[in-house]
Design a protein around this ligand. Structure first.
Ligand code: FEO
Ligand code: CA
Ligand code: CA
Length: 669
């Protein structure tokens, strides 16, 4: 290993470094000199948001505006949330607000399929793992049973497994191995079986959730052996054909499944995010070289190509075009074939949350999670059929993919990624819609999309019609490269943008936008954070990543600071409530905190709002060198925490947690 490689003690840190690779060399102009003029003035005049970093902003707005805003914001900040918040901190355990219980529902290695083997980390094998819960749970979706019932005590959970951390999974593996020197075929295949997704049936008994054993719905979807179809404009295209699949219509497996979504017809959407990480090989002589470079392919972060040619660009030059899509799964039919829906574009999809527009069409939002990448939207051609779910089978194959341009006047324009529109012609290498969706990033750049600070989860609020865009951070944005929608450079704390579609129409060509909060410590002038003044010392967060809107339309935000947690907030990640309306707008409150080294993923409410499922991903990995008393990288034998079992024979395990209120009430009441 080189010294540069030694820098990284975990795969999570590799991913962070990966996102630093500047693959987007767009020359799209930024709006640095207009940001303060517009952003600060609009927020101050609106008066709904207080400005804590007042000193930093005062020169940019008249003192009269500042005073007016302060009075308005501090007048009566009545929060929509009733719980008592918890404190920032970091330790080996998880924590939830007083009066609530946080119970582990399922962990890596627990049985999913009927007859699956009992978890035994001393005797891992591929066939056992294929029946067990995968690693690094991320997205969680809830589908009531029976479908359409709204049942909040019995349903299916659809859970993504994003990636693997060998150093915490395999006894004797040692620290993270950048050179893959200790990789074996068994380890690779177990890793691949740990990826993908799980469908489990869950039921609430006496207020506590349980996994239904031997469920007929139980399913594992993996990177190793799950056959999938490709559909939409790129399906069958020569650029998707391989020796393994000369049709370009079939693919084995899905990778890097981050967040996702549940459609109104009850299908489960799995977003393929950092797909580039899995490929190895040379780009020399590969006609896809420029395309691949735009996505950071090959990422060389996994050694699977040694044993599986579909990750080897030398053996299969087109293979990396078959990943980076949204995968649709019918959780109600475990025998169904998952489908990669190419109409939704190929990029590092963070999630795929959708809403039925007022005209009956589906509108789906998806962020491309990399520094300086874009926000996308898909509008279906056809209307959603809520009476007959089978009628929506091909709905995601037809529609219009667009990308967002954020202007300095607070407007947003959706630019259609349609073959023949603007520069998306043969002159620029776009010979069909297939080329447009395969190279969605390049197409978006040509149309003038706005490079954002890592768009992660994007969540439409069905109660208010607003849309919330989580922008995690962007340490690479220079102070001279800020714009109205990305107003800090460098931005290590992230921010949240609120979209308001024109006339409540999610399919409209335009929308308006506001920054809801600029994350980071409001008491630190250097952070130039923006919160409601009612936000207390433990109520702010850094690095918003996933989010959820509860049945009342209230926003909840999950964070992922990565190994930078010490600098970003000094606290472990967690879930915060965040007021969006009235005088309390922009006020946070910490509800749940993960154990050291973990990331908070998957917030998901039951339809009655009385359960919040969360996914604790990679406990004991991120930034454990800053964990007081530990201060080193974790291994299987020596982890920073053994959460959730705290059994000396067991490693830490990524787990899904069910949070309920002890009096049975609504979460956050
Ligand atoms: Fe998988 Fe962008 O988080
Ligand atoms: Ca995420
Ligand atoms: Ca993340």
């Amino acid at each position: 290993m080189t010294s540069n490689q030694d820098r990284f003690s975990s795969r999570a840190e590799y991913f962070e470094a990966l996102e630093d690779i500047p693959v987007n060399d767009t020359d799209q102009p930024t709006f640095g000199d207009v940001v303060n003029r517009r952003f600060n003035r609009r927020e101050l005049l609106k008066g709904a948001l207080g400005v804590v970093a007042m000193g930093a902003l005062a020169p940019l707005a008249s003192m009269r505006e500042v005073e007016a805003a302060t009075v308005a914001a501090t007048g009566s900040a009545r929060s929509a949330f009733g719980f008592a918040g918890i404190a920032h901190g970091v330790d080996a355990d998880h924590h939830v607000a007083p009066g609530y219980s946080a119970d582990v529902l399922i962990r890596w290695g627990d049985k999913v399929l009927p007859g699956a083997a009992t978890f035994d980390p001393a005797a891992h094998n591929v066939s056992a793992q294929l029946g067990q819960f995968g690693y690094n749970n991320d997205f969680i979706g809830y589908v009531p049973l029976p479908f359409g019932s709204g049942n909040a005590a019995h349903g299916l959970l659809c859970i993504n497994h994003e990636y693997t951390d060998e150093e915490l999974m395999f006894p004797g593996y040692g620290r993270h191995d950048r050179g893959f020197s200790r990789l074996t075929r068994d380890i690779v295949d177990i890793e691949m079986a740990c990826h993908g997704g799980s469908v489990i049936e869950v039921r609430k008994h006496d207020g506590k959730w349980q996994v239904v054993p031997d469920s007929r719905y139980a399913r594992r979807i993996t990177a190793l052996d799950t056959e999938m179809a490709l559909s939409g404009p790129a399906a069958g295209h020569p650029r998707l054909q391989t020796r393994e699949d000369p049709t370009g219509r079939k693919v084995i497996g899905t990778i890097s499944n981050c967040a996702g979504g549940i459609t109104p017809w009850g299908t489960y959407l799995m977003a393929e995010e950092n797909f580039n990480a899995y490929f190895m090989g040379s780009l020399e002589g590969n006609p896809e070289k420029a395309n691949y470079q735009r996505y950071g392919v090959p990422g060389n972060r996994f050694g699977w190509a040694r044993y599986h040619e579909r990750f080897d660009l030398d053996a299969e030059p087109n293979t990396a075009n078959r990943y980076g899509w949204i995968v649709e799964v019918d959780p109600l039919d475990p025998a169904s074939t998952p489908v990669k829906r190419t109409a939704l574009g190929r990029f590092k999809h963070e999630g795929a949350e959708s809403i039925v527009n007022r005209d009956g069409r589906l509108v789906l939002y998806s962020g491309d999670d990399q520094r300086f990448e874009y926000l996308y939207r898909f509008v279906s051609r056809d209307r959603v059929n809520l009476e007959n779910r089978a009628a929506n089978r091909d709905l995601l194959d037809h529609g219009t993919l667009s990308v967002a341009r954020f202007d300095d006047d607070g407007s947003l324009t959706w630019l259609p990624l349609v073959h023949g529109y603007g520069a998306l012609t043969g002159d620029n290498g776009f010979h069909s819609q297939a080329d447009v969706v395969i190279e969605a990033r390049r197409a978006a750049t040509l149309l003038g999309a706005t490079p954002m600070d890592r768009p992660e989860d994007v969540e439409p609020n069905p109660v208010t019609g607003k849309v919330y865009v989580m922008l995690t951070n962007n340490a690479r944005r220079g102070a001279d490269a800020v714009d109205a929608a990305n107003p800090r450079g460098p931005n290590i704390w992230g921010h949240i943008v609120e979209l308001t579609p024109d006339k409540g129409d999610h399919a409209a060509d335009s929308a308006s936008w506001e920054i809801l909060v600029k994350a980071g410590n409001p008491a630190d002038p250097g952070a130039a954070a923006l919160w409601n003044p009612a936000t207390g010392a433990n109520d702010w967060f850094a690095c918003p990543d996933n989010c959820a809107v509860d049945p009342q339309g209230r926003l909840w935000v999950a964070t992922d600071q990565g190994s930078n947690w010490k600098k970003a907030s000094g606290s472990a990640d967690g879930v915060w409530a965040l007021d969006t309306d009235g005088a309390a707008r922009g006020t946070g409150r910490m509800f749940y905190r993960v154990p050291v080294g973990a990331e908070m993923c998957g917030p998901c409410f039951t339809p009655d709002g009385r359960t919040l499922f969360v996914a604790v991903q990679h406990p004991a990995t991120d930034g454990t060198r800053y964990f007081p008393g530990f201060e080193r990288s974790s291994t299987f034998e020596d982890p920073a925490t053994r959460w959730p079992d705290f059994d000396p024979a067991l490693p830490p395990r990524p787990s899904v947690v069910a949070i309920t209120k002890d009096d049975g009430g609504v979460i956050g009441s």
